[in-house]
Design a protein around this ligand. Sequence first.
Ligand SMILES: [Zn+2]
Length: 367
Amino acid sequence: MSIGASLVGFHTSIRPVVAVDGTFLKAKCLGALFIAGCKDGNNQIYPLTFGIGDSENDALCEWFLQKLHDALGHIDDLFVISDRHGSIEKTIHKAFPHARHGVCTYHVGQNLKTKFKNPAIHKLFHDAAHAYRVSKFNFIFGQLEMIDPRAARYLMDIGVDRWARSYSIGKRYNIMTTRIVESLNAVLKNARDLPVLQLVEELRNLLQKWFVTRQQQAMSMSTELTMWADGELRSRYNMSATYLVEPINSKECNVNYAGISAQVNLDTRSCKCRQFDLDHIPCAHAIAACRFYNISCYTLCFKYFTTKTLLSSYSECIHPTGNEIDWVVPNHIRDKVVLPPKDEMPNRKTKESKNSFWWRGQEHISL
Ligand SMILES: [Zn+2]
């Protein structure tokens, strides 16, 4: 199920970074709920697509991703984030041959904790994953490698470009995890007990409410940027107060602070620290440069972070389904026979993995 209002907003106003995950359903027929979601310009969850299947197997994962592709169509610069499930990567490439794929750093971190049982490794992994500069990544990863070469090998085998933003080939902005989906799972905690039809209606109803409240919230924002992006920019502005700017030409300069320099190009919206390039919000160096050249740093933020774009993310409304007696159902839909699941659902003796839906019964066992 993809609701038209979400798809319209996604195509016009949302960063094309889609997190995909799933959760178990707990009603009589059990089954699995697949979710694809993004983040809006105010860093809030923006649900895109839901799918319901009878279990969490590979064929269903492929089915859901194909349906997701059908709903979204081709998207330039699409970035898909998932857990590191054995087959999902292959399936993502099949459904979205042009998209980049990243893994969820939260889940990689949790598995590192379980496998290597060393908090220092987990901390270094986190810092390396979030480093903007390649040189900083190399420095941190070198330390990790010295402490535990096996952990370093494990991370290398995943593919550094999949989890470290400094090496990321596609644009993942500040989105490093699939926790978008997990947060949605938390919201749907009670809904997962409902029979399928009621669950679907609950999802639609949730989106209807979110679209109304967020549209009102966007309308009440008096800043050029969304509340979240404005907060980010302000904290970077405060950091930049003592930065020293040495001009190179009318758009380029060198910015110095505490013995470390970074070269900014306001024309290409780039800084050697790479935070500006990757987040698409000016870094403290770029803000210092803007002040020097008397340019508004707001104009250098990506369009996704403006209040105007946030408003257009929620410009469409979601209508209730109304009374069933009033529905006009086409014959080709009315004639479809929907049967209950063919096989008896597997007995879930094991506790749900805290780590991940996809990993259950896969790599998790070998840890
Ligand atoms: Zn910078």
